[in-house]
Design a protein around this ligand. Structure first.
Ligand code: ASP
Ligand code: MG
Length: 412
């Protein structure tokens, strides 16, 4: 008899009909004899609406109250799914984050999971195989007793975290696509579903803009070795496809140089002109940005032509554009730059693959292929298993398609 955590995202619980469909997936596993904990998201669009109400209420709202408001979406779906399951004759109850309890840090709006006490849920399994329907995305801070949320997309993290805490045999993340693809199938029709993806690749894909899983959920799956599947809730509940397994790289037999192409449109580029070419300048630029909690991603520093001044280019999330500009302007004297140029119409395209570790020249091929298409590269970064290029947003589709074909990822 196995123990499972099943997670259903917003489109899978978008209305009561779809919640009934989710219940059929739960029933299949429960009938097969498994103990089941289900983690649900809010109905699709709900969290956005709740966020907008907070902003409408006050420009500078208290993030503790924001968490109270946005956590409510999951309360609704967990209760509804428990009602439907009971109606089908399956014992079930809802659990809010504070009831489990799932303890989170006090970083309101972006809390990390500190600890999950699964004993109440396990007692329900032992009593009458009661299905636990857990509100994703939310928890409670142990010290303050206040409700916290885990950041957008945080239900994935609730699910993987719960699977680790319950020592579940598997964590199935049900979404509206039937797995992880070589790239976004809406952009490249020839994208293929991957049977397996290594934890590290998934981590890079998630942070490079693939929206399948929240980054932190992958971190937990990797560190706690949670066997995680991404699969579709729109498959026939009686006969579903297995989806994509996120697993150790040792478990992947056929390794490609490049496994997937991800892209992120939420980028902004900043270029500081005529910065003094002397020790301490990079610190002068990036320390105040770090203090302002801006997540800087790509950094390019040019060599200076005259030995005295240089340019520094970097990227940060587009949502932080104004804050970055403000920090730079306020520190202008300390940094000592001439002008700053910003651009928001840029996109970061990344290629990810474990095979890059052992193969040279993988990125070089891409630079040539993009150049042949007349695509100008504004910045480049590389890591062991990923490289990223920053390009004009207008070329996103062309660049993604070009790289997808280049690395042999197109569906036959
Ligand atoms: N409902 C939350 C959100 O939209 C959490 C989630 O769905 O994972 O961000
Ligand atoms: Mg999601």
């Amino acid at each position: 008899m196995s123990r499972l955590v099943l997670k259903f995202g917003g489109t899978s619980v978008a209305n009561v009909d779809r919640i009934r469909n989710v219940a059929r997936h739960v029933k299949r596993e429960w009938d097969a004899g498994s103990d089941v904990a289900v983690v649900v998201s809010a109905m699709s669009g709900k969290t956005n609406e709740l966020v907008s109400w907070c902003k409408e209420s006050a420009a500078l709202y208290d993030s503790r109250e924001y968490d109270v408001v946005v956590a409510s979406g999951e309360q609704v779906t967990s209760g509804l799914l428990a009602i439907v399951l009971n109606d089908m004759g399956i014992p079930a109850r809802s659990w809010q984050g504070w009831q489990v309890p799932l303890y989170g840090s006090d970083a309101h709006g972006a809390a990390r999971i500190v600890d999950i006490d699964g004993s109440g849920i396990l007692a329900g399994f032992a009593r009458n195989r009661e299905v636990a329907v857990v509100s994703g995305f939310q928890g409670v801070n142990r010290e303050t007793g206040r409700i916290v949320t885990l950041g957008r997309g945080g239900s994935d993290t609730s699910a993987v975290g719960l699977a680790a805490a319950l020592k579940a045999d598997r964590c199935d993340i049900y979404t509206d696509v039937d797995g992880v693809y070589t790239t976004d199938p809406r952009v490249v029709a020839r994208a293929k579903r991957l049977e397996k993806v290594a934890f590290e690749e998934m981590l890079e894909m998630a942070s490079a803009g693939s929206r399948v899983l929240q980054v932190r959920s992958v971190e937990i799956a990797m560190s706690q070795r949670v066997k995680t599947y991404v699969r579709s809730s729109f498959d026939d509940p009686e006969n579903p496809n297995p989806g994509t397994l996120i697993c150790d790289e040792e478990d992947i037999v056929e390794q490609q140089n490049v496994t997937g192409i991800a892209f992120s449109k939420d980028e902004a580029q900043f270029t500081l002109r005529n910065v003094a070419d002397k020790p301490g300048v990079a610190a002068a630029v990036f320390a105040p940005l770090a203090d302002a909690l801006v997540n800087v991603d790509m950094i390019v520093q040019n060599i200076s032509a005259d030995g005295r001044t240089t340019d520094i280019t970097f990227t940060a999330p587009a949502a932080e554009y104004d804050r970055v500009m403000d920090v730079l302007e306020r520190n202008k004297a300390a940094i000592g730059f001439h002008t700053v140029e910003g651009a928001k119409d840029v996109v970061k395209v990344s290629a990810i693959g474990i095979g890059m570790r052992s193969h040279a020249g993988v990125a070089a091929m891409a630079f040539k292929a993009l150049a042949d298409k007349g695509i100008n590269i504004r910045a480049i970064t590389t890591s062991e298993i990923k490289f990223s290029v920053l390009i004009d947003a207008a070329y996103t589709e062309l660049a993604v398609r070009t790289l997808h074909t280049l690395y042999g990822l197109d569906k036959a």
